[in-house]
Ligand binder design. Structure first.
Ligand code: B16
Ligand code: MG
Length: 211
């Protein structure tokens, strides 16, 4: 039924979300800005600069564009250092099994991520050359909930959105899929969202969608 599956990266293929959290927490602490898991949940799937804007909603003073770009850059340096902890072991057997199963059945597999660090992360977990196409933060103007990142992936695969299933962990990602005319499956937070077509309790569940 589906000709391709477009996977989100952070929170779906691997758990860089904890590193994003740690890096933003350092920035927030340094600036004396309140930051917790709840604020962090709003950053899922959202671009780096938009994430910073959300965090600075809690600040008691305005920040200049110059200050913001320094903070975003510093966060990314901390985050990239944390990414060095990642290895092939961060790709679980469960996720690898699901990917192989789908790919071996002749369905195209793609990445649709807001992250500008996508290529780096994929190489750390041993998936550098695995996907038919990788659409990420480096080739889009507007991040999720805009559908651009998924539309670029479908275009590269020469498929229509309705032929593709998007797998997401973030509400912003499910909204993006919906707006673009894609089918959607959601894990974690996204499994409880009303626009999610196929709620999944774990990645292994994804194979049931193909039965
Ligand atoms: P970077 P996804 C998103 O990736 C993350 O969920 C989000 O928290 C992050 O701010 C965004 O990537 C940008 O990441 O700073 O590496 O460019 O979930 O769309 O794979
Ligand atoms: Mg995500």
């Amino acid at each position: 039924r589906f000709k391709a599956v477009i996977f989100d990266l952070d929170g779906v293929i691997c758990h860089t979300d904890q590193y994003h959290y740690q890096a933003w927490k350092q920035i927030a602490d340094q600036e004396n800005v309140f930051f917790d898991e709840q604020v962090n949940n709003r950053l899922r799937g959202v671009s780096r600069m938009e994430s910073l804007e959300i965090i600075l909603e809690q600040a008691d003073r305005p920040y200049t564009e110059e200050e913001k770009s320094v903070l975003a850059e510093t966060k990314n340096e901390i985050y990239k250092k944390l990414l060095k902890n990642m290895t092939r072991a961060d790709l679980t057997e469960e996720v690898k099994g699901v990917l192989d199963n789908i790919k071996n059945s002749g369905i195209k597999v793609a990445i649709g991520s807001s992250s500008r660090n996508t290529k780096l992360i994929l190489s750390r977990i041993g998936l550098a050359d695995y996907f038919h196409t990788v659409s990420d933060g480096t080739n889009i103007q507007r991040s999720k909930p805009d559908p651009e990142v998924f539309l670029k992936a479908a275009e590269a695969l020469k498929l229509a959105p309705e032929e593709c299933l998007v797998v997401e962990d973030a509400q912003a990602g499910i909204i993006a899929a919906h707006r673009g005319g894609f089918h959607s499956a959601g894990i974690g937070e996204a499994s409880k969202f009303h626009l999610t077509e196929y709620p999944l309790s774990c990645m292994g569940d994804l194979l049931n969608v193909f039965e």
